[in-house]
Design a protein around this ligand. Sequence first.
Ligand SMILES: Cc1cc2nc3c(=O)[nH]c(=O)nc-3n(C[C@H](O)[C@H](O)[C@H](O)COP(=O)(O)OP(=O)(O)OC[C@H]3O[C@@H](n4cnc5c(N)ncnc54)[C@H](O)[C@@H]3O)c2cc1C
Length: 384
Amino acid sequence: MDNLFFTEEHEMLRDMVRDFAAQEVAPLSRELDRSGRFPRELVTAMGELGLMGIPVPEQYGGAGMDTVAYATAVLELAKVDASVAITLAAHTSLGTMPLVLAGTEAQKERWVPQLASGSILGAFGLTEPNAGSDAGATQTTAVKEGDHYRVNGGKIFITNSGEAGVLSFTAQIVDQGEKRGIGAFVIPTDTPGLTIGPKEKKMGWRASDTRQLFFQDMLVPEEALMGSPATGFKTFLQTLTGGRISVAALAVGTAEGAYEKALRYSTERQAFGRPISKFQAVSFKLADMATRIEAAKLLVYHAAWLKDQGQDVIKEAAMAKLFASEVAMDTTIEAIQIHGGYGYVKDYDVERYFRDAKVLEIGEGTSEVQRIIIAREILKSVLT
Ligand SMILES: Cc1cc2nc3c(=O)[nH]c(=O)nc-3n(C[C@H](O)[C@H](O)[C@H](O)COP(=O)(O)OP(=O)(O)OC[C@H]3O[C@@H](n4cnc5c(N)ncnc54)[C@H](O)[C@@H]3O)c2cc1C
């Protein structure tokens, strides 16, 4: 057992995902990064392996596994390719879990089995041009008209949205001229009135699908509302807490992938008649990278394990996400440094890991927002 939080089942899953990533994902990674092509064939393959619904209850077609298992799968994918890892993570944590958490029975039966099998992808729309960190400033409106809502507004930076079959999103509910709170809806992506913009050209996560959405007089039946009008925002915030554990796992994977490349390179590259790993300046970098990755990994698995015990993990998920994303950034920079000039060109891959790492400090709550959450939680425990 090489991990305090692992059972034999976790180890088997880890080994299966590791093999899949090495055999199926790694040969495509450079091409996917260069072209920005969405890896549809890998999504299909991950669906066949049962990876598209790891934490989804078996009753809805998922694997019924826990958060530790899910984090392991995301970490192993991210070691090889962060775009593939975020495609799975956004689909699972953001596209599927709001339905599992707060969907009506009819919504769950209609959507979750398809999502868990990977036959359709899920996307989650919270961010708007004027509502990012301040997600409560949502300007999209859903005006009640009889037995449906008329939705106007839009979302930005929505992962998987151009490839998804189902979309969850938030909107200000307006009923009889009064604002009733932020509600969450679930709709098929072919709903008339929904326009999906072109794929964003990003610095990293290049194969991941990120787009802007426009809602123009989009009519949504009242059965598409998840929970009550006033609980939608809470559902999305709960979703983000779970999502942060997977982004933190993604960050550990990104860091570990870059570190392993740097470690190997440092033993092969010769300078001044010896491998560069013999220079203390290089080996100390490796020591710091390995130590910080280990610490980040423990934070991730601890948060996942606590969540699996049914505990509130707002603080732990934020700590894991904050620390692991900063470790990913620092580690990928040092991995380039250890590669010297070769680190700056595409042939050794570490520049891709560096470009993929930056967004980890931004998506699912920026590092500043994580510090706000952690500070609020630790001060709350002192003040009460
Ligand atoms: C590749 C990618 C994929 C994404 N996928 C999704 C998705 O699937 N679904 C979705 O809904 N969103 C998604 N997002 C959006 C992402 O969650 C937001 O970009 C993020 O929350 C930050 O919001 P913002 O970009 O509006 O930045 P802003 O909120 O405008 O922040 C700008 C800067 O100000 C700082 N700041 C803001 N408020 C404070 C404060 N109170 N105190 C201190 N500093 C503050 C921020 O930390 C940041 O440094 C994605 C983004 C990217 C880049």
